[in-house]
Design a protein around this ligand. Sequence first.
Ligand code: DX5
Ligand code: ZN
Length: 216
Amino acid sequence: MILVSPSLLGCNYGKLTAEAKDVLHCGADMLHIDIMDGHFVPNLSFGPGLVGTLRKETDAFLDVHLMVSDPAFVAPLFVKEGADLITFHIESDCDVTQVLDYLDAQGVKAAISLKPGTPAQAVFPYLDRLYMVLVMTVEPGFGGQKFMSDMLPKIKELRTEIERRGLKTHIQVDGGVDADTAGSCVNAGADILVAGSYVFKQTDRSQAIDLLHSLG
Ligand code: DX5
Ligand code: ZN
């Protein structure tokens, strides 16, 4: 089964909650919320208040992608507001085991993300503890970038290792995912598709989300 997580980075910020509710109504399985600190990536985005608002106003599964240098400090801010899943980058400045221990203790699902330059093997020591691995298919920081098809072997490598160990770990892809690129991600082994500009630009968002679901 393929799950679709529209990235709110691609929505109309003037009506953010309405946009979130709209994609949920159109069949989204979760909401992808990109958090940037202006240090790990050269951009800023949302804060914990948005997650708190979405927690109160929707019953959505909140998929929080931290693009921050200090996830040990930032993750609790979002856990307190009701995040269901926290993804942090292995390239960030943190003790990975300590962050995973914290999320476990809080009962929050954990994922590790890999930037394009980071090999699949970097996450292997932690694989057994993860709900999901996020493979970035653009350099993190901005929506609307071109999909990097040279990330497909990394997805395959991860899927092979997950199967070899008999795990159920999800693989999420994020960056430039659309009707043209999603199929190759699914074929390589991804099962959670993040899509920002692709979903939010459509006039018929249900059709776009259905199309992504149908790839599974
Ligand atoms: C990029 C973010 C992505 C981004 C995806 O740093 O992590 O989630 O919003 O946007 P699109 O789908 O437009 O590439
Ligand atoms: Zn993201």
